[in-house]
Design a protein around this ligand. Structure first.
Ligand code: 5GP
Length: 190
């Protein structure tokens, strides 16, 4: 998606440790117009898939998922990273290793909101080592829901997450695929 790539080149900041900071437009300060274009593009890519639900993970996936969901006219379910008093009843739980923090945490969805009648589009901001995405796929598998595919805003294609997920037979569509990056330059695939 050219608009997104240009924005990454203009405002993205590459930090040591292979982290791309996009907090001025994507995941802290949000350019809603850009989110809108992202939502439209995901709709175009998954137009034929009869999506019944969009699944994401808190926190930065939620905004993107909500804007995207308006183009599919389906609910968003977001996986929670901690058990709160609001979470009751039967739960689907899996573990995810955080790329940015290096810790392992539980990811939880109520069984009421994901079940075998669902055809799920998973949405997230980044795909790096694929841990978050694998966790969300595992929650779908545990619920019996079908995974139609994953829509990713930025894939760091020099990490192995994309290959792992595609090798599982899951369709992954990334709007910007980064082949390499350092402090001076971000290079995209294609
Ligand atoms: P993975 O589980 O694929 O290794 O990492 C995915 C998650 O880590 C994303 O949901 C995102 O929050 C975070 N993440 C991974 N790489 C980056 C990055 O370069 N920049 C930012 N801002 N977040 C990242």
């Amino acid at each position: 998606m050219e608009l997104l790539k240009q924005r990454i080149l203009k405002d993205g900041i590459v930090k040591p440790g292979g982290i791309l900071k996009v907090d001025s437009f994507l995941n802290h300060c949000i350019d809603v117009g850009l989110y809108n274009e992202i939502g439209k593009e995901f709709r175009r890519l998954f137009d034929q898939n009869d999506i019944t639900k969009i699944l994401t993970i808190e926190a930065s996936g939620i905004g993107i998922a909500c804007v995207t969901a308006q183009y599919f006219n389906v609910p968003v379910v977001f996986a929670k990273k901690s058990i709160s008093k609001n979470l009751d009843g039967d739960l689907l739980v899996t573990q995810v290793k955080s790329f940015t923090k290096g810790t392992v945490y539980d990811v939880i969805v109520s069984k009421r909101f994901l079940n075998s009648s669902d055809n799920v589009l998973i949405i997230d901001d980044f795909l790096a080592n694929g841990m978050a995405l694998q966790g969300l796929i595992d929650l779908c598998n545990k619920s019996g829901a079908q995974v139609a595919g994953a829509g990713i805003v930025i894939e760091k294609a020099f990490q192995n997450g994309g290959k792992i997920i595609r090798d599982m037979g899951i369709r992954v569509e990334s709007l910007a695929r980064i082949a390499s990056m350092d402090a001076n330059k971000v290079v995209f695939e294609d």
